[in-house]
Design a binder for this molecule. Sequence first.
Ligand code: LLP
Length: 434
Amino acid sequence: YGTQAVNEKGHLTIGGVDTTELAATYGTPQFVYDLALFRERARGFVDTFEKAGVKAQVAYASKAFSSVAIYQVAAQEGLSVDVVSGGELYTVLKAGFPSAKIHFHGNNKSLEELHQAFDSKIGCIVIDNFYEIEQLKELATVKQQKMDVLIRVTPGVEAHTHDFITTGQADSKFGFDLSNGQADEAFQQLYQHDFLQLKGMHCHIGSQIFETEAFSLAAQKVVAKMAEWEKTTGFKATVLNLGGGFGIRYTEEDAPLEPAVYVDDMIQAVKKEAAAHEVALPEIWIEPGRSLVGDAGTTLYTIGSSKVVPDVRNYIAIDGGMSDNIRPALYDAKYEGVLANKMKEKADTVYTIAGKLCESGDKIIEDLTLPKAEAHDLLATFCTGAYGYAMASNYNRMPRPAVVFVENGQHQLVVKRETMEDLVKLDLPFTLGE
Ligand code: LLP
């Protein structure tokens, strides 16, 4: 992946930096992000729209990994950012990110969060439900402040990996149903508002998707609806946001497409549908999360204990686990890994990589073939950049790992490892019983 290589010592390097040096400097578990790969992916999306001459915004779906530093790099690459909570919004603003390029999502935004969005003058709120319309109308009127908004719809296309299903009605907690009049009702409530400036529509059809047809189908349905509204009211939508969900390669079984392929097919579908209905081509916005940061991230762990279950399996245990990567336990997600300090040794032993959390299901990888592993070896697991740190927890009072960025032979700590002191900083002693 990316800039990974093996040096003369037989050590894995990322961004030209020896991973054993990273482990020694910042400790383990540690997330390492290869910035060159993040930038390459970002440019893959942005350049494809540019080459096609299509107005676009590529918004980093920062739920995949939110930190001040990644927002800074996203800004350098000219990305927009999608946030889904007051916490992400606070963080991206802390990073000095241009507020006009922030989009706010969520199916239950609090009044406080909406205030925060107005006060920081973000670029766009993606409206999810009728309750939110009411709240926003009131807020915008009280504040006498304009805000661009999109209507989020469920287009009845649901995709996951290679499969997608289309249904008349989507059973989803997000958005307005496109087929049963809800989306039309939302449109009626919004399109003539003085302060809420309706720009268009949004849909998101799933995650870790490996084909383009589902996006095209969703695009068709949404553009058709925009055209219908234009015919009946004269309202011209200028933005179509098709969400994220572009797949990445966790293991050899995954066969993702290049960013350019997803984007090109999407553009074709939108162009075709817009032409068929004789409406202008809208700006196309997308929201990739996993495909920007997923394979840029590697986790480094130190191996400790081991256990042989005769004739069944060899366990080796790492100094992290489901507290820094919940995905195997939660989704049965698969990962690849290597012994980063023994890259030139022959891999001849099959291991199950166990985490150190108190739960039998805390295994990061099953049946991984490695060189003979011993205590103090360094295990690297790949493609952990999305929904790894972001979904990390303090289960068992595990401190959250350090996060380090590498690029051009240099490395920098961008999120400190939590300390023991951090773990108790919100705790208060109980005194009523004294
Ligand atoms: N836009 C919206 C509205 C979304 O709901 C999501 C993801 C994205 C964009 C970004 O999708 P991506 O490009 O990252 O696939 N925790 C799960 C993934 C949950 C995705 C939720 N929504 C996992 O670890 O696989």
